[in-house]
Design a protein around this ligand. Sequence first.
Ligand code: CTP
Length: 470
Amino acid sequence: MKQFDLKDPIFTKLSEAAALLEMDTYIVGGYVRDLFLGRESKDIDFVCVGSGIELAKKTAELLNPKLKVNYFKNFGTAQFVYHGLDLEFVGARKESYQRNSRNPIVEEGSLEDDQNRRDFTINAMAISLNKATYGEILDPFGGKKDLENKLIRTPLDPNITFSDDPLRMLRAIRFATQLNFSIDPKSIQAIKDNAHRISIISQERITTELNKIMLSPKPSVGFILLDETKLLPLIFKELSELKGVEYVKQKGHKDNFYHSLQVLDNLAENSDNLWLRWAALLHDIGKPKSKRFEENVGWTFHGHEVIGERMTKSIFTNLKLPLNKELKYVQKLVKMHLRPIPIAKDSISDSAVRRLLFDAGDDVDDLMLLCEADITSKNEEKVKRILKNFKIVRQKLKEIEEKDHIRNFEPPISGELIMATYGLKPCREIGLIKNHIKEAILEGEIANNEEEALSLMRKIATDLGLKELN
Ligand code: CTP
């Protein structure tokens, strides 16, 4: 258990403020859960029987009168930051509690009412900050035991808890994935029964949970639960369409849903980069649309990487994921995910490596991580062999980069220089010359330097009938 100091001024001053205002006050929610789990938390929730705003103001005054308290009268909540911790105050209520809820408080309640309307037993524990019972744990639903048994369970009938806030169905799956817990069978059944109600939840809240699943140690756990509970087709149709194996003449292809999840898990072992994880999940998303059965060949998925690149954009748009550099990065990796494979298989030519470096640029290391994660064969020998080949590709990438500096390729001579040398206005010939030089560098016909590029420029210009100005 992490160090918990009840002598910390946050708690002692809060307790003092609560006594002055004659309000019962408790630490609740995620902080108490994370305390038992030994996880760091950046925010602490306090609930009091009375006005959370009054309590926040009084506590801030006692801690440091200069502190600025933010409060929302309609919602009865207040917040301030102290020593990097986000302290949140709320009055106990009878109706469902959700942080960031847009619903004003309707009816004040007791601590018990408040605990009843929280999402899971592990999130409904409280620690008293009242003088007489200071530091005592109030755990009416056995949250501590559920933590020990690694179980996500609702305090009330799950149908009530989930209908109070259907996002909690996703939160259950997210916590199970983050913490490696299982979900109580009654709650699983209730998710199945209430799955359709996810439609009333905003996309932003859904996507926040999806990203938390993505960033978990083994994200597949969450997607498999989403599939089992029938939430997946409702919130991420394209992913659920990867499911299944089709047979023609007894020949099947692999199930791309489980394959993609395996790739995601493999990658998660080596990278915490959320967007690289998205690329892993989406790398084969274009397969259902490109699937064909060809006589004498079997199942093919020609062009799935290009279809996938396009689908990535519509998925990011629908899920309200960021549409700027993050989307471009994921699209690039989805499109390029097959590129290193032939290089690993054939005897590796320098020009193929240079082209890969040129096209991938600074994302080449991430692309290699994705390709390595994409090896999901059960045949260990085969996996070892391919990994060994990829190691050679990586070595080659390093050598060629050191020699030719292709990763951040800048043409060694500019269009301006070409124009000045031949007295040209912007025209097609300039593009032709520049492209020719770039190709010659990538093919290894000339080195990536100004001297060799100038000499090639002169040769091409002569062929084009251009005359140098004196
Ligand atoms: N809560 C709830 N229902 C929700 C959201 C939150 O009952 N839909 C309650 C839970 O008691 C939760 C607390 O509000 O512990 C704080 O919510 P939040 O900060 O969203 O979650 P944490 O539990 O702190 O976890 P995390 O920070 O990982 O989201």
